[in-house]
Ligand binder design. Structure first.
Ligand code: 13P
Length: 252
C-alpha cells in the first residue's frame, strides 16, 4: 500500500449524544496508530460535538448541498460544514444516489463545492447487482466515475474515491478479492486519464460489508488504499480491528 491508508467510518443515520463515548474510544485507538488516517462521518447533529471531543480522528459530513447558501430547506452547505469544524465530506454515496435519486452531475457539483470550500472530498461510486451479474460492473463504475469527478484545478490532492458495490453495502456480501482489485485498477487508470500523474496519488477506498474479519484481505487488494466502513464503524470494538489491519499493512 503506497499511500497512507485512510479508514473512514460512515455512521449514516445512526448515533446520538449517548454514542459519543464510542467515538472517543475510536479516537483513542486512532491515536495509537498514527500511520493510518482515520475519519468518521457522523450525522450532522453530532458533528460539532465530535469535532470538540476527538483529536486523532478527522470528522466529516455525509453529504452537502452544491450551493453555498440559499433557500434550500433541510440542506447543509460545504462552507457550513467547514464552519462546524468538518475536514471532509462524502459525496455521491450510493444511498444518496439510489434512495434519494442523486445522479452523477449532482455528485460532481457537490464534490466541486466541497473542494472549493476547502474540504477533503470522498466521491463514492459503485455498481448495482444487475450490472455486476451482466458482467458490466467495471464499465458502469468507470462511466459513473468519469461523469462525477470534480474538475477543479489544483485540488486533486484533496480528493479520494470510495468504491462501494451497492449490493455489498450492509449485506455481509463482498466481491472476490480479484474483483475488488480489477475494479480498483480500472478506477486508477481512469483517474490518471482524467488528472494525469496526480491521479496516481488519489486514495481509492473499498466499502461494503468491511469487518475486522475481512479487512486485512480486502486492504491487500491492488490499488486499495483504505476502507469506507458502515456498520462495523459504530463501535470501537468492531472498528479497532479494521484500523489495526490497515496499520499492519503499512508495517508489512
Ligand atoms: P457497511 O459497511 O455497513 O456495508 O456500509 C458501507 C457503506 O455504505 C459505508 O459508506
Amino acid at each position: 500500500m503506497a499511500l497512507r491508508p485512510y479508514i473512514v467510518g460512515n455512521w449514516k443515520m445512526n448515533g446520538t449524544r449517548a454514542t459519543l463515548p464510542e467515538a472517543r474510544a475510536i479516537d483513542r485507538i486512532a491515536g495509537r496508530f498514527p500511520s493510518v488516517e482515520v475519519g468518521i462521518t457522523p450525522p450532522f447533529t453530532l458533528l460539532s460535538a465530535m469535532v470538540n471531543d476527538l483529536s486523532h480522528v478527522s470528522v466529516g459530513g455525509q453529504n452537502c448541498h452544491a450551493e453555498a447558501a440559499g433557500a434550500f430547506t433541510g440542506e447543509i452547505s460545504a462552507p457550513m460544514l467547514v464552519d462546524a469544524g468538518a475536514q471532509f465530506v462524502l459525496v455521491g454515496h450510493s444511498e444518496r444516489r439510489w434512495k434519494f435519486g442523486e445522479g452523477d452531475s449532482l455528485a460532481r457539483a457537490k464534490a466541486e463545492a466541497g473542494l472549493a470550500a476547502g474540504l477533503g472530498v470522498i466521491l463514492c461510486v459503485g455498481e448495482r447487482e444487475e450490472m455486476r451479474l451482466a458482467g458490466r460492473a467495471v464499465e458502469t463504475v468507470t462511466a459513473q466515475l468519469k461523469a462525477s469527478l470534480p474538475r477543479v484545478d489544483g485540488m486533486v490532492g484533496h480528493l479520494s474515491i470510495g468504491y462501494e458495490p451497492v449490493w455489498a453495502i450492509g449485506t455481509g456480501r463482498v466481491p472476490t478479492l480479484a474483483d475488488v482489485s480489477a475494479m480498483h485498477r480500472a478506477i486508477r487508470t481512469a483517474l490518471i486519464e482524467v488528472y494525469g500523474p496526480a491521479g496516481a496519488r488519489i486514495r481509492i477506498l473499498y466499502g461494503g460489508s468491511v469487518t475486522s474479519a475481512n479487512a486485512a484481505e480486502l486492504l491487500g487488494g491492488d490499488e486499495v488504499d483504505g476502507a469506507l466502513v458502515g456498520g462495523a464503524s459504530l463501535t470501537a470494538e468492531a472498528f479497532a480491528g479494521i484500523i489495526m489491519a490497515a496499520a499492519a499493512r503499512v508495517e508489512a
